[in-house]
Design a protein around this ligand. Sequence first.
Ligand SMILES: Nc1ncnc2c1ncn2[C@@H]1O[C@H](COP(=O)(O)OP(=O)(O)OP(=O)(O)O)[C@@H](O)[C@H]1O
Length: 242
Amino acid sequence: MIIVRNLTKSFPSGQRVLDRISFQADEGELVALLGASGSGKTTFFRCLMLKEKWNDGQYIYDGKDISGTGAWEKFRLNKQWAYLEEKPSLNLKKTALKNVLSALLFKKSWWRFLTNSVSEDDHMEAMDYLDKVGLLDKAHEPVEKLSGGEKQRVAICKALIKGAKVIFADEPVSGLDPEAASLVMQDFKSICQKHKLLVFCSLHQVELAEKFGSRIWGLSDGKLVVDIAGRRLTQREKELIF
Ligand SMILES: Nc1ncnc2c1ncn2[C@@H]1O[C@H](COP(=O)(O)OP(=O)(O)OP(=O)(O)O)[C@@H](O)[C@H]1O
């Protein structure tokens, strides 16, 4: 699904943040990305979402070379990608259901977009997704009343209803207590398998990466120093990353 060869990124200051990173990642994979603070995890995701210009490298997505692609192609690809942040961007005053439905904006026909109408099918689909992440009974609650983990799960539903094929989750469980963090990670794992998505998830917690990642990557000094199937990391691997 994604093949990257020699991704290199430097900022104008001259700092090289990503150094010739190469990988192949496929649908159904939950890639847990570990790295110390400032190791370049966010920059890496931003490069993969084409929000940052690459200095070098080749990017193949769904069999097509999209290195140096134009604005229209980026717009089209952005519909297939979702970016989830530590603090999900949600309308706090609106209900969980309305937040999920808002992600349909770009999928609707122009007529329904202009009249802001929601079909019975849209409604059912949104409720189905909320049900899948255990939030059916919170569908009509304003998001400001939901916990951090529940807000993150609403953001996951938004990504699903938008039809995202790849999710970039940037430290989605930072600030959550261990139980809420596990629930969110469990949701990522199940949607990844069920909907055949590719999920990249940056984490600081090694245990969560070991428990939920189908693959674990370690980023250090701009390089992918660890790329293994999900399992317990050895002491040596931890030392390479941190
Ligand atoms: N727009 C920018 N201009 C210049 N330097 C930047 C820019 N964005 C990030 N950097 C630098 O790139 C390096 C990597 O930053 P990045 O945010 O990608 O790391 P991170 O691994 O996501 O960190 P954290 O875990 O703390 O969120 C840092 O040294 C940062 O200062």
